[in-house]
Design a protein. Structure first.
Length: 96
């Protein structure tokens, strides 16, 4: 995907979001974190790309997804969850 973007828009800034943890998929948290580490490493190879960890802000002190940030399906974010994301993403997306 990055190669195709670079062919058409070589100066485009790419912001890559991490995989989001959720209570409904808590059993996959270690796999998601490993995938995020690998993805961050790949993104770091492109100077015009930024990896953003949007998952850590949703975790509690023990590293588990906080139920209070999710809708009743335990997968999708609620207003508070999106507020957390906003706090992480705004400074990155508002950079000049």
């Amino acid at each position: 995907l990055v190669k195709r973007i670079r062919e058409k828009l070589p100066e485009a800034r790419i912001v890559c979001l991490s995989i989001k943890p959720s209570p409904s998929r808590a059993k996959h948290l270690a796999t998601q974190q490993d995938a995020n580490r690998r993805l961050a490493s790949l993104v770091a190879q492109d100077k015009r790309s930024t990896f953003v960890d949007i998952g850590t802000c949703l975790l509690d002190e023990q590293g588990a997804p906080q139920e209070g940030y999710f809708r009743s399906d335990r997968l999708h974010l609620n207003f508070l969850g999106y507020h957390q994301w906003n706090e992480v993403l705004r400074p990155i997306l508002c950079q000049a």
